[in-house]
Design a protein around this ligand. Structure first.
Ligand code: SF4
Length: 447
């Protein structure tokens, strides 16, 4: 059969459809680049905002119009609205997040164990979702209850994937030619909290303790030859100053340059009172300490973030406090989301809902502030030489090939090459800032 895989939303959704691609291929089916070519399609839906839910429905309808007779919606929106998902055109069956691990086996009517033995390497998805970087799922679900968050409702309680399974997936990805591994999860920083192990305490006694994300990172760097390991979003309260020893070149525990100097730490608000209504386990003061501890070890690290504009009850004063804190943090970039009331969440029932036009205005102001500090950060690297992993390529006729990619500290770079360098890592000299990226020229390349 020809299978089309599509997704909306987060890196976790992307990593899940990549695993499904590997399973469909292992079962002898072909993954195709567009729905027009497909017999069956899977859509990994998202519910994080009203727009994401609407995009998810839109994709399913588009795929049905393209002529696919068997569509399988899965993911967060589908889990929260199974009846509505089942009512969409050409839907064969609805698969919730809980059942997702067996989606491919059930779709092909084969036993769940069939995939336990398949040692096939990762191959990038064809078409829109073709990526050089491999997103590896290490954790699912979340035990926190941030009042705006629908993901924790759709994904269930926090659970870590066994270390051996993660290592195996990474080996598959590296065998498939991936040059960068991105660890992802709903609540990545909680990896290991549900896995207990025996540790050697001072004085030699054995102690029962839980694992931590840093144990996973160390094991990956010890047991694989990954050269670029990146961590996706990390909730600030899961980290402490000790976590940054992973990047501390002065200690033997350092990961050297194999661990990307980029931390995405969702702040959501820079105001204490707003954070309390969000039920976030962080404060501006503890967030500041964490960022300072990271910058003490990695001076030039990229610290990026997520912020919600117009959370219920956010007064002008609270917004001003949040904005001032965002300015103080000098982020290297990030995303601003206008608050979007989600079904079943505590915040959707809160008093003091902010008018959409005010949310929009605050979003614009926060986005401009983030872009200003991102530009300051970019300018620091003009004139420097950095290695870039090329993620996209477009032919430019006599000028050669326009390459786009990312540095280790997540700077977007464009450069002209004499030959296509997709999925290659090259040294470039960064020459100037141009909009949201840096322009570069190749230093060492056989292109
Ligand atoms: S930590 Fe909060 S925002 Fe993140 S997934 Fe859990 S509940 Fe949602």
């Amino acid at each position: 059969m020809k299978i089309y895989l599509d997704t909306v939303g987060c890196r976790l959704n992307q990593s899940e459809i990549e695993s499904m691609a590997r399973q469909f291929r292992a079962a002898g089916h072909e993954v195709v680049a567009s729905p027009e070519l497909a017999d069956m399609a899977v859509v990994n839906t998202c519910a994080v905002t009203t727009e994401a839910a609407s995009d998810s429905r839109g994709k399913i309808r588009h795929i049905a119009r393209a002529g696919v007779g068997q569509i399988i919606p899965t993911g967060c929106w589908t889990t929260l609205q199974p009846k509505e998902a089942a009512s969409l055109p050409n839907v064969l069956r609805v698969v919730t997040n809980e059942q997702k691990d067996y989606l491919v086996a059930d779709a092909l009517n084969i036993t769940h164990e069939s995939f336990d033995v398949e040692p096939i390497a990762r191959a990038p998805l064809p078409g829109l979702h073709r990526r050089t970087r491999a997103f590896i799922k290490v954790q699912d679900g979340c035990d926190n209850h941030c009042t705006f968050c629908v993901t924790t409702i759709a994904r269930g309680e926090g659970r870590s994937r066994p270390l051996a399974d993660v290592i195996q997936d990474i080996q598959f990805a590296l065998a498939g030619g991936s040059k960068e591994i991105v660890l992802t999860g709903v609540h990545l920083g909680s990896w290991g909290q549900d896995i207990s192990t025996l540790r050697q305490a001072q004085g030699g006694a054995s102690l029962n303790a839980n694992l931590h994300l840093r144990d996973l990172v160390r094991a990956i760097l010890r047991e694989t030859n990954v050269q670029r390991l990146r961590l996706s979003s990390l909730e600030p309260w899961d980290l402490d100053a000790d976590f940054f020893t992973l990047w501390d070149a002065s200690t033997s525990l350092s990961a050297g340059r194999r661990l990307m100097p980029h931390l995405h730490l969702p702040l959501q608000s820079g105001c204490d009172a707003t954070l309390k209504r969000m039920a976030r386990k962080t404060t501006p003061a503890s967030f500041r300490d964490l960022v300072n501890a990271a910058r003490y070890v990695m001076h030039d690290a990229a610290i990026t973030t997520d912020i919600i504009a117009g959370f219920p009850g956010e007064t002008e004063d609270e917004f001003a406090e949040s904005l001032a804190f965002v300015k103080e943090m000098n982020f290297a970039g990030g995303h601003v989301f206008s608050y979007s009331p989600r079904p079943l969440t505590g915040a959707a029932k809160m008093k003091g809902q902010i008018r959409p036009e005010v949310r929009k205005k605050r979003n614009r102001i926060l986005a401009e502030t983030l872009e200003e500090s991102a530009n300051v950060y970019r300018r620091k690297f003009v004139g420097k030489r950095m290695s870039v992993l090329w993620e996209s390529v477009s032919e430019m006729g006599e000028w050669g090939w326009q390459m786009e990619g990312w540095t280790d500290n997540y700077l977007r770079v464009s450069a002209l090459a004499s030959s296509p360098r997709w999925n290659e890592v090259d040294e470039v000299e960064l020459t100037e800032v141009s909009g949201d990226r840096l322009l570069g020229k190749f230093v060492i390349s056989n292109s």
